[in-house]
Write a protein that binds this ligand. Structure first.
Ligand SMILES: Cc1cc2nc3c(=O)[nH]c(=O)nc-3n(C[C@H](O)[C@H](O)[C@H](O)COP(=O)(O)OP(=O)(O)OC[C@H]3O[C@@H](n4cnc5c(N)ncnc54)[C@H](O)[C@@H]3O)c2cc1C
Length: 172
């Protein structure tokens, strides 16, 4: 008979990160996974001799952002050989092509060049994304995600993340 402090269902990146942080802070953690390998969507699969990655880019690995801090805190940052990506994707259509840059200013210029009639919506969308990103960076610096034990504390001061989540990710 085992005695666990926490049982996590699912060994995706969320469950694994959560489990690793809890274990680092002294908890006895069990992670249960239905698949025969861990990783959830953060994995790869083979078809016809080719290996396909599911996600292909990870943000927040520098400048004190949350993912960088979590990896450092778990002492696994040195095991990861991150490669900087400037162009996330290139979308090619019969009559146009545009690049999806990881730099927001460059992306904004590219989107405005390709879709000038959508200028207002593009600026509004990117301004929300910038505000969300600033809050995520602040979360990384404040360490409140791991050091707070207060219920709901992590959401305090993260107005844009909260609003964005309510608007786009709420259960219906
Ligand atoms: C095609 C694609 C491309 C993507 N590209 C990117 C990208 O480039 N960059 C990026 O940052 N993100 C990307 N994402 C998003 C990212 O992959 C996911 O947000 C992230 O992997 C989700 O992690 P998670 O742990 O929340 O959930 P999941 O990865 O879904 O993990 C959930 C785990 O729980 C297990 N599980 C579920 N129910 C049970 C149960 N009852 N019992 C036991 N186990 C259970 C599942 O088998 C799974 O392993 C992409 C996603 C997709 C689909």
């Amino acid at each position: 008979m085992h005695d666990y402090d926490v049982i996590i269902i699912g060994a995706g990146i969320g469950g694994l990160t959560c489990g690793a942080l809890l274990a680092k802070h002294g908890m006895n953690v069990l992670i249960c996974e239905q698949h025969d390998k861990p990783g959830g969507y953060c994995t790869s699969y083979k078809r016809g001799g080719f290996t396909f990655d599911v996600p292909h880019i990870a943000g927040g690995l520098k400048d004190g952002a949350l993912a960088e801090w979590v990896l450092g805190h778990l002492r696994v940052a040195d095991d990861i050989d991150a490669v900087r990506v400037d162009r996330l994707a290139r979308f090619v259509y019969p009559d146009a092509a545009y690049d999806f840059w990881t730099d927001a200013t460059r992306l904004e210029s590219e989107l405005l060049r390709c879709f000038p009639r959508q200028a207002g919506s593009i600026r509004q969308y990117l301004s929300i994304q910038r505000a969300v990103w600033q809050e995520m960076m602040r979360a990384g610096r404040s360490r409140r995600w791991t050091e707070s034990s207060g219920r709901g504390h992590a959401a305090d001061g993260f107005r844009h993340i909260g609003a964005y989540g309510c608007r786009h990710a709420a259960d219906r």
